[in-house]
Design a protein around this ligand. Structure first.
Ligand SMILES: *Cc1c(COP(=O)(O)O)cnc(C)c1O
Length: 363
């Protein structure tokens, strides 16, 4: 299928670059001392992120569980074994109610798997500094900030504000930056731990990593003898992730953005004149440097809905998947990141074909 939706787990993450596949295939053929491979991977990711230390995980969801477990149980062997049944303090993980989101599973469930008790502060569209301050107590193990398009973006406190308040109370700040593309910024801002997906922005295999404070990464690693054992990372994954991260660091973001913009311009031309449809360049909801091409359908005039367009495209040959987050409001979007030039042409052809078939093309 042609993925014009973005970097989505449901579509198998990203198509891997040959050097990533080669690193995985090569690693798969040999035995290694896993501890030294993990140590070395941690050092390399620490260098790439500017953090004191880092570790590889199976994904950002596993990263959240592990970061939570690290702040709740530390390196205490007894507590590591007792998780997720933490019957001690501190075990509360505080987060803004507007950040309690669903990325394919609930963030709060990942907190509970890690032995944390989620404490939501404020409401889905409202919080004040005083409310956050008031919920940070001796029972608080950490504050979780979720940086994502999945969360509320109105009425929330900024990460800077949260960091300042948590610092007053000596509460560690852990960040879910699963789909973010800047692997240094949260460490530089002074967050204690941050987790990313390896298989989203960085073009790696299904994987992830945690970067941050040395003592807390040590506590994260210690969870491998506890809840993180159910999230065991293989040697192939570690080698594939490292190859992807190195490749990502080497690509010039300006060149890549230029490539994406050229694709958008080409598709704008190709789709110009579609009946009852407004083409717009849509900035990313989470503020990342991504421009997507939006199609807003006048559903009444067309006689079919944006949802029907998505379905028609998915049933085509080849199947084309667009970004459908706002389909119920009549808008769908094309994400240029996973596309190569031939794909962009096919996307245009398939959209025109579905319009013709559903009747919009004849207007
Ligand atoms: C994708 C995502 C996750 C889960 O990441 P995986 O690497 O798939 O485990 C967690 N949080 C957010 C905000 C996400 O977008």
């Amino acid at each position: 299928m042609i993925n014009a939706a973005g970097r989505l787990t449901a579509l198998g993450g990203v198509a891997l670059q040959p050097e990533v596949v080669a690193a995985m295939a090569n690693g798969a053929r040999y035995n290694v001392d896993m501890k030294s491979l993990k140590d070395r991977a941690g050092e390399l990711i620490a260098e790439l992120t500017g953090a004191e230390a880092a570790m590889v995980t199976t994904g950002a969801a596993a990263g959240i569980c592990t970061m939570v477990a690290a702040t709740v149980a530390g390196t205490d062997e007894v507590r590591i074994r007792r998780l997720p049944d933490s019957d001690w303090d501190p075990s509360e993980i505080v987060l803004m109610a507007g950040h309690s989101s669903y990325f394919g599973a609930p963030v709060t469930q990942m907190i509970r798997v890690g032995g944390g008790r989620p404490v939501l502060v404020g409401d889905v569209n409202m919080i004040t500094p005083g409310l956050l301050r008031g919920h940070l107590t001796e029972r608080t193990a950490a504050f979780l900030f979720v940086q994502s398009h999945h969360t509320a973006h109105k009425g929330m406190l900024s990460l800077e504000q949260c960091l300042a308040i948590c610092r007053e109370k000596s509460v560690p700040v852990i960040v879910d930056a699963a789909a973010e593309e800047d692997m240094e910024i949260y460490v530089r801002m002074g967050c204690d731990l941050v987790t990313y997906s390896g298989g989203k922005e960085f073009g790696g295999p299904t994987s992830g990593f945690i970067a941050g404070r040395k003592d807390l990464i040590e506590a994260c690693r210690a969870q491998e003898a506890g809840i993180a054992r159910g999230m065991k990372v293989g040697k192939e994954t570690i080698l594939g992730l490292l190859a992807a991260l190195e490749g990502f660091k080497k690509t010039d973001p300006k060149v890549e953005k230029g490539r994406q913009l050229a694709l958008i311009e080409g598709m704008e031309k190709g789709l110009a004149g579609l009946p009852h449809t407004r083409l717009t360049r849509m900035p990313d909801e989470a503020g990342r440097a991504i421009i997507r091409l939006g199609l807003t359908l006048d559903e009444k005039a067309l006689g079919f809905t944006a949802v029907a367009l998505l379905k028609g495209l998915q049933g085509g040959s080849p199947a084309v998947v667009l970004r459908g987050h706002w389909a119920s409001t009549g808008t769908v979007a094309i994400d240029p990141r996973p596309l190569v030039a031939e794909d962009a042409e096919t996307v245009v052809e398939q959209i025109r074909r579905v319009y013709d078939r559903l009747g919009g093309g004849s207007v």
